[in-house]
Design a protein around this ligand. Structure first.
Ligand code: WT7
Length: 571
């Protein structure tokens, strides 16, 4: 079947696009106001698509459950009713620490319906990242399972003074939902906070990026223009809602477009994934380079005899997507991967290889309609060079490395870092958002990823702040100092390694290293704990007192040590 693309021409769409027109395509609330949950559920549940499947859930052990738009709306509405009964107020923060189960999606949409702020956490986090985020976010409600609660929340519960209610999906929540009346749809203003996602920086605690209800304008518009979602699509986003992709494009965007979304509770497994693509007749697929690399490694065998002809489009996000991965998709799946670029802070896709044209393998693509991107000059110390008026000095000529900057004002732009206005302000210069990523633009306006402009580690598509790892390591009595770095890995992109300086009186031994690895794993969880820990004599610092992680990295990889003029030698 030939489908007319939602965006047949990039240039024409770019010329004609306005965010105001995209905003006008939303339904809006009858009495005025906006709510993501209305656009995602009620809009369809109160119309002809009420009986269309919204969520097709694939359980870890082979269960399969379908919820129509009407059913998922009722589920979410009852969850909102539960929150109402607990006295949860508008703007209060409701956290989830759940596997990918239907309750997670109902809780997220029910929280939005209620007017509270939803903050999903990745269930593979250990107790320390969970505590950090719950404490910083001032979470008053947590939706989780008994097992996750006992392993990750109970050990730190005494450090969470704001946490008033824990709802257990496998214990009290079903009864509460059955007893609750549907809660009302809160009429929110465009700028009212809706979502909170933590992301990592090099220093300090994780940053809580806040997104407002109007982000749904960008979620919906990009899902139509870039992912090309059509009414009959079966769409699968493999990301966990604990990461922004899994919320923006694994929960809100597909529902706002009224399609069927597949949710798989299980982790990546080549046989399972190909079987899922085939059995569920997935037509649009959004995944990540780490997963693609694992599939490439699994070889052709698990693909034998599979019919993936339903697949119309495949997309990738989160890390650089190598040209050979794009072509592998074309050869093995019958579809090339279209790379997309964005960040937690941007809330939605900003740069993409759009379906209107064949992907440019190795490039992130071009800015989507409505987004103005530029390349800004950086000084030797890594700061964006400012013009006298405060704006970034933009590089006009192609082929020159600089920092990717975006003209502020798209609807899903984060509205703040929770409790850190200063850091938020520092993310902008003269009306431009500074992404921190280094890129290069070619003569036709395609952007090519060069590297990150900081020491943040990207492992399996997840951002890991070295500071968070280091803080956990120095809690161990044998560790005086620590530095965490990302080391290239053929599958995960990067893996976390740590260098530690031992405290006086401690000797390096295999037993101690084993203990440190176990300690880090217990505290941080397997997703972010260092794969390897080495003892070093000292950690290099700059004269201004910043850890020179890039030097440790260069040494470990045998690379040139680079500009060491700022190295503090005698310490
Ligand atoms: C960082 C943001 C929102 C997507 C999930 C990650 C890196 C993202 C690409 C790409 C090269 C990419 C950047 C970015 N990144 N997409 N297509 N090519 N790098 O969100 O955890 O906030 O991470 O992911 O470094 O800054 P995030």
């Amino acid at each position: 079947m030939l489908l007319r693309p939602n965006m047949p021409s990039y240039d024409e769409a770019r010329a004609a696009f306005s965010w105001a027109a995209a905003r006008a395509e939303l339904d809006g609330l009858p009495g005025g106001g906006l709510n993501i949950a209305h656009e995602a559920l009620d809009r369809h549940a109160d119309g002809p698509r009420a009986e269309h499947v919204a969520l097709r859930w694939l359980g870890r052990d082979g269960d399969r459950r379908e919820l129509t738009y009407a059913q998922l709306r009722d589920f979410a509405a009852r969850f909102a009713g539960v929150l109402g009964g607990l006295g949860v107020q508008r703007g209060d923060r409701v956290f989830a620490l759940c596997p990918r189960i239907p309750e997670l999606y109902a809780a997220g949409l029910g929280t939005l319906r209620h007017g509270a702020v939803f903050c999903p956490l990745f269930s593979a986090f250990g107790p320390e990242p969970v505590r950090q985020r719950l404490a910083r976010g001032g979470g008053s409600v947590l939706v989780t399972t008994r097992a996750l609660h006992d392993r990750k929340v109970a050990p730190v519960a005494d450090q969470l003074p704001d946490l008033r209610h824990v709802l257990l999906v496998d214990e009290d929540l079903p009864g509460r939902l059955a007893a609750a009346a549907p809660g009302p749809m809160a009429a929110m203003a465009d700028d009212d906070p809706a979502l909170l996602h933590f992301t990592s920086g090099t220093t300090g605690a994780p940053k809580g990026a806040v997104h407002a209800h109007r982000a749904v304008v960008a979620h919906r518009a990009t899902a139509r223009m870039v992912l090309d979602l059509h009414d009959d699509d079966v769409y699968w986003c493999t990301a966990d809602p604990g990461w922004v992709t899994g919320t923006s494009y694994g929960m809100i965007a597909p529902l706002a477009c009224g399609v069927t979304m597949v949710v798989d509770e299980a982790e990546l497994d080549a046989d399972r994934w190909y079987a899922t693509l085939e059995r569920e007749a997935v037509s649009v697929w959004y995944t990540a380079p780490t997963a693609i690399r694992m599939l490439m490694r699994a070889g052709e065998e698990p693909l034998q005899g599979r019919d993936l002809s339903a697949l119309r489009l495949a997309f990738s996000v989160g890390e650089p997507l190598a040209a050979d991965a794009v072509r592998w998709g074309e050869r093995m799946l019958g579809r090339p991967f279209h790379d997309t670029w964005w960040q937690t802070e941007t809330g939605a896709i900003m740069v993409a290889n759009v379906p209107a044209e064949p992907p440019r393998a190795g490039s992130m693509g071009r800015p989507v309609p409505g987004v103005e991107a530029a390349v800004a000059r950086r000084s030797a110390d890594g700061e964006v060079v400012r013009r006298p008026d405060g704006g970034p000095e933009l590089i006009e000529e192609p082929g020159v490395d600089g920092e990717l900057v975006l003209r502020a004002g798209w609807p899903s732009m984060f509205t703040g870092y929770l409790g850190d206005d200063e850091r938020y302000r520092r993310s902008f210069a003269g009306g431009w958002y500074l992404s921190g990523d280094l890129v290069r633009r070619d003569a036709e306006g395609f952007l090519w990823f060069v590297g990150r402009g900081d020491d943040v580690i990207k492992t399996a598509g997840h951002l890991v702040g070295p500071f968070e790892i280091e803080s956990a390591l120095v809690e161990h009595p044998a560790v005086a100092e620590a530095a965490a770095i990302g080391i290239p890995d053929p599958v995960a992109g990067e893996v976390v390694h740590a260098k530690v300086v031992l405290a006086r009186g401690h000797e390096e031994s295999p037993a101690l290293l084993r203990e440190l690895r176990g300690f880090a794993r217990t505290r941080l969880g397997p997703a972010i704990a260092p794969r390897r820990i080495d003892v070093v004599d000292d950690i290099p610092y700059t004269k201004s007192g910043k850890k020179l992680r890039r030097l440790l990295r260069a040494r470990e990889l045998g690379l040139p040590e680079g500009d060491l003029s700022t190295l503090e030698t005698a310490r």
